[in-house]
Design a protein. Sequence first.
Length: 380
Amino acid sequence: MTDPTLDLVTDHDVLAAYADLPGWDAVQAAGAVPPVSAATVDRAVAAVAADKPVEALDAETAPRRRGHRALVAVGLMAAVTAAALVLPSVLRAPAASAEAASLLTRAADAIHAIDPVAAPTQWWRIVSHETYVTTASEPDKAGAAAPSSAWLISSSRTQYAAVEGRRPSVVVDSGSRVVRLLAGPADAARPVFGDGETWTTGLSPSTVTGSWQQPSPAWLASLPRDPAALRDQLYADTAGHGRSVDGEAFVYVADLLRSGVVPADLRAALYRVLATVPGVEVTSSRATIGDSSGVGLGIFEATDGTRQEIVVDPANGDLIGERYVAIESRDGIPAGTVTGTTTWTRTLVDAVPASVRAAVVNQNCTASADGGVSCEPGAK
């Protein structure tokens, strides 16, 4: 903006300076905006943002500029009042709730842990535990459809990911088991699962285009740590996807955090981005996943009656996990039911255990230019 000690700002200058604020046209339409100093405009905006009476601003006497009248108090207040009619909606545009934004900012500030120094030859051992809902129905002896049932299922996996990203990851799926029946007849047939398997795609992360869902070390390093720039990239990458613009932004951040390989500085930046996403709110002051509890933050998607949440410890910025909660009763599952959770831990190891390597099945995968991966079952 123009230096207020040297010059005045005309309505044209104000428009140029605030052209990116929706609603400024209405300020002008409310009446001619007399010349005001940049400092006055900033003070008026700050007053509106802080819910202070605009009338409390001091009238200003400013030096003359060739071709314009000296500013008078009445003209100034007319301009400021016109701005006050519009700017509140601009400054209070939908965003994360104040409570959620404060908590996320506090969590980001608390992340001081330095990621462990990893040698290029080492591996990240990422252990994740997941619960999810599966539905099933079987026809009766007469061939009629039986009532459907919903089961909560538990599974776990261990992934060995090369630190430098140039060796194929190895995944140990430990199989799935039924936790409990969520909805349906008490005698519903329980789902049957296999024993799990140990596999690799045969592709190193460096050969696959990185993404929010499949991050590689190089892709993670390329993401901006500046929250504003990171937010721009997030919204550019989610454009046209998902059930809603802001809901998909939250989903992409959760997808990335779920990978378990997000470095501390990027995790802090992601928290700061989430603090600006409309619709994000504190959903639970004490959300428990497994043996740990934190604060639940989520966004509600009305299309399927489910809220996705991340659970954060604001005291140290630790990400405890994520969960899904039914907000509406559907398919016999009561509102308030936790329908899915994920937790993960990450440690450094020097090698993939020999017993794991001996059990590996190569799925013979190939990567396409757009980052897609297709696989065919292979042999050991």
